[in-house]
Design a binder for this molecule. Sequence first.
Ligand code: HEC
Length: 151
Amino acid sequence: MRSARTILLGAALLGAVAGSPAAQGPGAVPTDNRERLLAPAPARTKILFEMRGMLEALEGVLDALARGDRVAAAEAARHAGVAHAVDAAPQMQRVLPAAFVEAGLETHRAFDALATFLERPGDERGALAELAALTGRCVACHAVWRLDEAR
Ligand code: HEC
């Protein structure tokens, strides 16, 4: 069985050449051939809430870095760490494919790793490289899956 990472990477590369928003010309109607996941409304609401939390954390990290405040940047990253993962909950694991749950958890682990990286003194380009790798995870997963409400 291919690992979740291989699947995500392959799909991200495919998305980059075929269906990614950046690859669509202006005015083109985008095609959506992502895999459709179904989750009961409360689970879907929780996951999307968690997604917005990760986006907020990213904004917090970037804003703090722009002010040169690594401590605040680390704190913002920690807010999206594993301790804040709803997709680790057993009820999520029942409704979502294992590869999806694992990719979500890996992303939370990457936020923790970023926080640890930022807690130590280091160069700004290193922090940007960490951020680029982290946001690559968001892009890869979004290229593969969408999440609809189970009826
Ligand atoms: C494990 C897969 C996965 C990862 C990793 C992931 N997302 Fe998502 N995200 C999704 C899915 C699926 C949706 C729903 C998309 C849809 O149905 O069109 C979504 C939706 C969102 C939304 C919309 C929320 C709403 O209220 O509608 C935001 C914002 C978002 N993600 C941010 C992020 C950010 C930022 C990251 C990376 C730090 C990230 N996501 C990583 C799977 C993922």
